[in-house]
Design a protein around this ligand. Structure first.
Ligand code: SAH
Ligand code: SF4
Ligand code: F3S
Length: 479
C-alpha cells in the first residue's frame, strides 16, 4: 500500500479507476465493527480500503460522542481534512467527506453548519444505506441520514468476504445487541444508539460460522448492554446470552469467546453457568460499576447498590475462580463528595481489578446529569482521577506479576515489533510476547510467563497444541 498515486494513474489506468475509502474510527469496539461493515458495504460499490488519507476518494470519520473531548476531536480532524480536500481538488480529484457514528447521530445537520466541508452525515442505524447515500452525494446533494430505519440494517449489510476477514486477523468482533434502554443519567448512548435491539440467533450463528471458516479463532460479542441480549431462537423461542454462548462454543474452530460490555443488572444464572461450564468462554469479565457510593449510584440511575455488585462478583467467582475483573469508573459525577469518592476507592480495593478504564465526568448535552446543579470542579475531578488511577494501575501490575512463572494458553495474533517475535493474547486479554518458534499466527500455544512489562507480558514457548487440535481447525475451513 506504499504506492504513490500519481505514477499509478499514468502507468495503470484500470487500477487508477478503482476508488479508495479511508475510514478513521473513534470510540468503542462497536465502532470498530461498524467501520468494517461500512467498508464491506462500500467494497461492493467498488471502493477498496486505503490506509493513506491523501489517497482517499471517500473519507469517513466514525465518531464517538461519549465525552466532550471525544466529540471535539472530530471537528479538529475535519479542519485538517478541509485542507486535504483543497489539495486534492488542485489535482482535479474529488473527495467525498462523511461523518458517521454517534456524533453524526447526536448532531446531524449541525455538523454541516459547523463544518461545511462535510458532504454526508450518517447515523449508526442506517449504515446499510451508505452506498446509496454516497451515490447521491456524488450527484451534488448534501445528505443527513439519521432517521432510525424501520428495516433491519443487519439484513442488508453484506457479509464480509473470507479474504477480507483473513486480512483482519484471527480475532473478530460480532455485534449481537445494539442500543440501550437503561438511561444512566450521565450517558448519551441511549440517544445516539437508540433503543435496545437484539439480533436473532440464526443471524449471529451464521456470521460466527463465516468468521470461523475464514480463520477467526476468537470472537468477542458486542453490545452496549450485551448481556441484555435476548434474541429469537429456533422455533421463535427467546434465548439469553448464556444459551447463545453455549451454541457458539459448538462451532468448530471458534476456541475463544468473549463478550462486552455487560451491565451488572443483566448477569443472569445461565450466563454465570456459561462461565462455569464453557472452557471456550474466556475468564475475563468487563463489568462496569462506575462508582462505589450508593447515593451516587442512585443519582446515576445504575439501579443497583455497591453491595449487590460485590455479591454478584462473589457468585461469578464461585462459578469461575480464575476470572479476572475489569471495569469502568467515573469520578466527579455531580454531587460526589470526598466521602463518596472514598467509597469508589473502597469498592476497587474489594474487587481487585485486572484492568480498568476511568474517566472524569463529562457533562453531555441532553442528559439529566448535565442539568444537575452541584457540578464538581475540574481540579477536584483531576485529583480524584489521579488517585483512582494510581490504585487501578497498582492492581493491574500486581495481576500481571502474579502470572510470572505460570504456564498459560496464548492465541498467537500477529508479528511482534521486533523480528523473530510474535504477539498473542492471554485469556485475560493481555498482550504477550513470545519467540516465533512458539507456533504460527492463529495457533493456541502453551507459554511460560517470564516477565511482566508495563504494557505486555514476556514469555517462552512450552509446547505447541497437539496435532489433533490443529486438524479440527482445518476441518473448520481455515485453510
Ligand atoms: N454500556 C456500558 C458503558 C458504555 S459507555 C455500561 O453500562 O457500563 C463506556 C464508559 O464510558 C462508561 O462505562 C462510563 O464509564 C464512561 N462514560 C459514559 N458517559 C460518560 C460521561 N458523560 N463522562 C465520563 N465518562 C462517561
Ligand atoms: Fe450508557 Fe448506562 Fe446504557 Fe451503559 S447502561 S450504555 S452507561 S445508559
Ligand atoms: Fe462512543 Fe457511541 Fe461507542 S458514543 S463509546 S461510539 S456507542
Amino acid at each position: 500500500m506504499e504506492q504513490n498515486v500519481t505514477p499509478e494513474i499514468t502507468e495503470n489506468p484500470s487500477r487508477a479507476a478503482a476508488k479508495k475509502v479511508f475510514v478513521k474510527t473513534y470510540g468503542c469496539q462497536m465502532n470498530v465493527y461498524d467501520s468494517q461493515r461500512m467498508a464491506d458495504a462500500l467494497a461492493s460499490e467498488g471502493y477498496g480500503p486505503t490506509e493513506h488519507i491523501e489517497d482517499a476518494d471517500l473519507v469517513l470519520l466514525n465518531t464517538c460522542h461519549i465525552r466532550e473531548k471525544a466529540a471535539e476531536k472530530v471537528y479538529s480532524e475535519l479542519g485538517r481534512i478541509r485542507l486535504l480536500k483543497e489539495e486534492r481538488a488542485k489535482k482535479g480529484w474529488n473527495t467525498v467527506i462523511g461523518v458517521a457514528g454517534c456524533v453524526a447521530q447526536a448532531e446531524g445537520q449541525e455538523i454541516l453548519r459547523r463544518a461545511p466541508v462535510v458532504d454526508l452525515v450518517i447515523g449508526p442505524q442506517t449504515y446499510h444505506r451508505l452506498p446509496d447515500v454516497v451515490q447521491r452525494v456524488k450527484s451534488g446533494e448534501k445528505i443527513v441520514e439519521t432517521e432510525h430505519a424501520i428495516e433491519d440494517k443487519f439484513e442488508y449489510l453484506p457479509a464480509p468476504q473470507a479474504t477480507i476477514v483473513r486480512k483482519r486477523g484471527v480475532t473478530a468482533f460480532l455485534t449481537v445487541q445494539e442500543g440501550c434502554d437503561k438511561f444512566c443519567t450521565f450517558c448519551v448512548v441511549p440517544y445516539t444508539r437508540g433503543a435496545e435491539v437484539s439480533r436473532a440467533v440464526a443471524q449471529i450463528v451464521a456470521e460466527a460460522e463465516r468468521l470461523a471458516a475464514s480463520g477467526v479463532r476468537e470472537v468477542t460479542l458486542l453490545g452496549q448492554n450485551v448481556n441484555a441480549w435476548h434474541g429469537e431462537g429456533p422455533g421463535g423461542i427467546e434465548w439469553g446470552l448464556g444459551r447463545l454462548l453455549f451454541r457458539l462454543a459448538e462451532i468448530p474452530g471458534l476456541d475463544r469467546l468473549r463478550y462486552t460490555t455487560s451491565h451488572p443488572r443483566d448477569m443472569d444464572d445461565e450466563l454465570i453457568a456459561a462461565h462455569r461450564d464453557l472452557p471456550e468462554l474466556m475468564p475475563y469479565l468487563h463489568l462496569p460499576v462506575q462508582a462505589g457510593s450508593n447515593r451516587i449510584l442512585k443519582a446515576m440511575n445504575r439501579r443497583h447498590t455497591a453491595d449487590e455488585y460485590l455479591r454478584l462478583i462473589d457468585r461469578i467467582r464461585v462459578a469461575r475462580p480464575d476470572i479476572a475483573m475489569s471495569g469502568d469508573f467515573i469520578v466527579g459525577f455531580p454531587g460526589e463528595t470526598e466521602e463518596d469518592f472514598e467509597d469508589t476507592m473502597r469498592i476497587v480495593r474489594e474487587v481487585g481489578y485486572a484492568q480498568a478504564f476511568s474517566f472524569k465526568y463529562s457533562p453531555r448535552p441532553g442528559t439529566p446529569g448535565a442539568e444537575l446543579s452541584e457540578q464538581v470542579p475540574e481540579e477536584v475531578k483531576g485529583e480524584r482521577l489521579h488517585r483512582l488511577q494510581a490504585l487501578l494501575h497498582e492492581q493491574q501490575r500486581a495481576f500481571a506479576e502474579s502470572l510470572v512463572g505460570s504456564t498459560i494458553e496464548l492465541l498467537l495474533e500477529k508479528p511482534g515489533r521486533q523480528s523473530g517475535q510474535l504477539v498473542g493474547r492471554s485469556p485475560w486479554l493481555q498482550p504477550v510476547i513470545v519467540d516465533e518458534s512458539a507456533g504460527e499466527i492463529g495457533d493456541i500455544v502453551d507459554v511460560r510467563i517470564t516477565k511482566a512489562g508495563s504494557n505486555s507480558l514476556f514469555s517462552e514457548p512450552v509446547s505447541v497444541r497437539p496435532a489433533a487440535a490443529q486438524a479440527t481447525l482445518a476441518e473448520g475451513g481455515r485453510f
